[in-house]
Design a protein around this ligand. Structure first.
Ligand SMILES: NC(=O)c1ccc[n+]([C@@H]2O[C@H](COP(=O)([O-])OP(=O)(O)OC[C@H]3O[C@@H](n4cnc5c(N)ncnc54)[C@H](OP(=O)(O)O)[C@@H]3O)[C@@H](O)[C@H]2O)c1
Length: 382
């Protein structure tokens, strides 16, 4: 019997910053190191908006000698060999960059948060659907085997009925002024849609939605969209949020998602799922779960560590490859409608706290000239 060859997914990487390089390293790790044999990945090309040299330097550090370097994103999306574009620009740019890729007929994996606001995401979803293209938010956490295992345990009633999820991501490792001098860094820069909610809060929210929403029957989802109440503390220098707490009232349970660049993460679990018969806690940071702990009254605590052979971004890349191979337009692990509901929650919290970004990045108008506007707005791209 003939052995089936693995499906090869051919990637183009848009931008050459920190996460682009982390993703590329994981993408090129041999699939066998995570016991995967049905798909493989090839990095076909990478593009920098600032210079061709930057794209070449980016590729020179990776084991992909035949990959092509481009000095513009437009050139990258025109490469006929690329199946899917991974967008790793600041989130202020995701809407315009994803539109560029979709209009060029490319499938898209877009870094989190998907866009600046929900109406932008709705436009991307319509564009992808119209063109029959795959689209997914790169919430890599959801594709970890440990996240899938936790969802299975909760669904099967390991801790009874889940009544509350609490999740947090706090990220203050150094004195703030030193880390973000002049307020230019994308974490605090309003022109790059900075702020804790969009950058970090999306992970806390993803745990709430994974555990209180994801497994609801489809017909129940619409009426189960949560009521949202959020508070924020602002970063004085730039006015974006530096700390936030969001309370989500679902018909059947409550979610509490918080994130901060003011406070440093302590040893408390990054997520807790509280049920009628016990709780499950996530071990490790909210974005990169390293295991879980099951606590039930009268029973011994069960700690389950999970091996991650690398950073762990390859699992989302594998999910994308399988969806494209199977002709799916979206992932069941990171469904588009769920990304949209989470974007709406973040819109609501920003509205409640009067946090609005410059019109140029909140806009839902896309045209090719928008790329130039964004460059002017955010200054030089490093
Ligand atoms: N999944 C995760 O764990 C994770 C972690 C960190 C960040 N992220 C997300 O990934 C995105 C990028 O974050 P990052 O930390 O990689 O940022 P970064 O290091 O600042 O890189 C962003 C890159 O985007 C490109 N870019 C295009 N226009 C730009 C502009 N006007 N200003 C700045 N950069 C511009 C630049 O590459 P070129 O010059 O080559 O075009 C730049 O190197 C963000 O949306 C963030 O939320 C995800």
């Amino acid at each position: 019997m003939a052995t089936l060859l693995p499906f090869e997914c051919r990637w183009g990487i848009m931008a050459t910053g920190w996460i682009a390089s982390e993703f590329a390293k994981d993408l090129l790790a041999p699939p066998s190191t995570r016991n995967v044999s049905d798909i493989t990945h090839r990095l076909v090309a990478a593009a920098s908006s600032s210079s061709l040299a930057r794209a070449s330097d980016f590729l020179s550090l990776l084991p992909c000698h035949a990959a092509r370097a481009y000095g513009s994103y437009a050139a990258l999306v025109s490469d006929p060999e690329v199946d899917v574009i991974y967008i790793a620009t600041p989130h202020s740019h995701h809407f315009a960059n994803a539109m560029l890729a979709l209009k060029a007929g490319k499938n898209v994996l877009c870094e989190k948060p998907f866009t600046v606001n929900a109406p932008q995401l709705e436009i991307l979803m319509k564009e992808a659907k119209k063109r029959g293209l795959f689209l997914m938010e790169a919430v890599w956490t959801r594709c970890f085997p440990v996240s899938i295992e936790i969802r299975r345990l909760l669904k099967e009633g390991e801790i009874g009925v889940v009544k509350r999820t609490e999740a947090r991501l706090d990220f203050c490792h150094e004195p703030l002024g030193e880390k973000y001098p002049g307020g230019e860094h994308r974490m605090v820069n309003p022109k790059l849609a900075g702020g804790a909610l969009l950058d970090l809060g999306v992970y806390a929210l993803t745990w709430v939605f994974q555990t209180l929403y994801h497994d609801l029957p489809e017909e129940e989802k619409e009426r189960s969209e949560p009521k949202t109440m959020g508070v924020m503390q602002m970063y004085p220098e730039t006015g974006v949020d530096a700390d936030n707490v969001v309370v989500l009232q679902f018909p059947h349970a409550t979610g509490v998602a918080s994130s901060s660049i003011f406070v440093s993460g302590d040893n408390a679990p990054s997520a807790r799922f509280l049920g009628t018969e016990g709780e499950i806690q996530v071990i490790g940071p909210a974005y990169r779960p390293e295991g879980y702990c099951v606590i039930r009254p009268g029973k011994e605590e069960k700690i389950v560590p999970c091996q991650i052979p690398g950073k762990g971004m390859f699992w989302e890349a594998d999910e994308v490859a399988r969806c494209i191979r199977d002709g799916k337009l979206e992932s069941e692990i990171v469904p588009l409608n769920e990304s949209l509901v989470i974007m709406r929650v973040m819109d609501t919290v920003r509205r409640q706290n009067r946090l609005r970004y410059p019109e140029e990045i909140e806009t839902t108008v896309y045209d090719e000239e928008r790329e130039d506007v964004l460059e002017i707005l955010s200054g030089s791209a490093e």
